[in-house]
Design a protein around this ligand. Structure first.
Ligand SMILES: Cc1ncc(COP(=O)(O)O)c(C=O)c1O
Length: 390
């Protein structure tokens, strides 16, 4: 008897589940999955508790509660000068993850090609496949992980439907600069493509690198669907409250798919996230400052442990290459690491179509620094004391 549908063929369980389960089973320090170990503002949690007690316990409207849609519109205005109609140009999603799913299901037909940055966040590949799309990866190659405009142009064909962007980029930490964004915008305009852009790390950038939404470039507002969420910006990854913004037609296509996925979710959490955006606008910036210190702590410690990192410009991840320690596969390294050192990290090789192509990441390992300083220190101590060679 055939059990799984063909649309699941070749899609492995998400690596994050696998590595976090390994961390729990072995008692290892989890520097793998990207969730913080300190929650967001207590006042925002109090708002969620109040919403629960005050009867926000039934279905929220499908597009999201008006207070949150309005707060998202104000957020985009305040940070980027983007003007949005909260009634037609903002939809609340169940985390950015549902935004990705609904965007791809709502916009991609079977056989359509989707140009996607590689290494990719693994839900992109799963959802492109669910939609019947064909992925066309453009590799951000080591050592500098920049977007090559020629590679981008070469990936576009007459079948291309959309470009799926992610900046600040997980797992490389690249924050796309003006030139790179301009190249994407030029290709999108020239080929009349939609851009779907995952900006969940929009506020987590370092050393003067600024996140610029591609929707702000000339001619892009009308063809860009922007996705984000409260998970990373406010350290509420478990709440799964996200949003999609853009022109009414694109937001409408996403909503048309989203209504059949969850219809709606998080009724008591939505007003709390609205309060977070409106009343704690500086929180993400402060989080970013604290993350920069932890980035430096992690990166200095990794270098000491014989794992020199690529310094990320944004996100809360750093990559190291374990080839120098004699490894031929980051997966082998990460599977051995809990026993060798009592630490869990994420193998980046699973985020490539061909991890052995030039500049790709067969031996790249991703480390998360969204953990408390003492946790990072303990992980580093264990790495320093372990034999990490192959
Ligand atoms: C690039 C990227 N997009 C989306 C998500 C998921 O966002 P959410 O938790 O809001 O669904 C993550 C989480 O790690 C991510 O790294």
């Amino acid at each position: 008897m055939r059990i799984g549908a063909r649309r699941l063929d070749g899609i492995p369980p998400t690596i994050f589940t696998r590595m976090s389960a390994l961390a729990v089973r072995t008692g290892a320090v989890n520097l793998g999955q990207g969730f913080p170990d300190v929650d967001g503002p207590p006042e925002v949690i109090a708002r969620a508790v109040a919403a629960l007690e005050q009867g926000h316990n039934q279905y929220a409207p499908g597009p999201g509660v008006p207070a949150l849609r309005q707060a998202v519109a104000r957020h985009q205005q305040r940070h980027y000068g983007i003007e949005l109609d909260p009634d037609t140009q903002v939809v609340v999603t169940t985390g950015c993850t549902e935004g990705i799913a609904a965007a791809l299901l709502g916009l991609v037909d079977p056989g359509d090609e989707v140009v996607v940055l590689e290494p990719y966040y693994d839900s992109y590949t799963a959802m492109i496949q669910f939609a019947g799309g064909v992925r066309r990866p453009v590799t951000l190659r080591s050592p500098d992980f920049r977007l090559d405009a020629d590679d981008l142009r070469a990936a576009v064909t007459p079948r291309t439907r959309l470009i799926l962007l992610n900046s600040p980029h997980n797992p490389t930490g690249t924050v796309l600069g003006q030139d790179e964004l301009a190249a994407v915008a030029a290709v999108a305009r020239e080929h009349d493509l939609v851009v779907v852009t995952d900006e969940v790390y929009e506020h987590l950038t370092y050393d003067g690198h600024q996140h610029v939404p591609i929707a702000t470039l000339p001619g892009m507002a009308e063809r860009t669907l922007t996705l984000s969420s409260a998970g990373k910006s406010y350290s509420f990854t478990g709440w799964k409250v996200g949003w999609a913004t853009g022109p009414a037609e694109l937001v409408g296509a996403l909503l048309a798919a989203k209504q059949w996925l969850t219809f709606t979710s998080g009724a008591p959490l939505q007003p709390a996230v609205a309060a977070a955006l409106d009343e704690h606008p500086d929180f993400p910036h402060q989080l970013g400052a604290s993350l920069r210190r932890r980035r430096d702590q992690l990166c200095a410690g990794l270098a000491e442990a014989g794992l020199p990192p690529y310094l990320p410009e944004g996100t809360y991840f750093a990559l190291t290459d374990v080839a120098g320690l004699g490894w031929h596969s980051s997966l082998d390294f990460c599977l051995a690491l809990p026993d060798r050192a009592g630490v869990v990290a994420v193998p980046a090789e699973v985020f490539y179509d061909d991890p052995d192509s030039p500049g790709a990441g067969r031996t790249l390992v991703r480390w998360a620094f969204c953990k408390e300083g003492p946790v990072i220190e303990e992980g580093l101590r264990r790495l320093r004391e372990a034999d990490l060679t192959a």
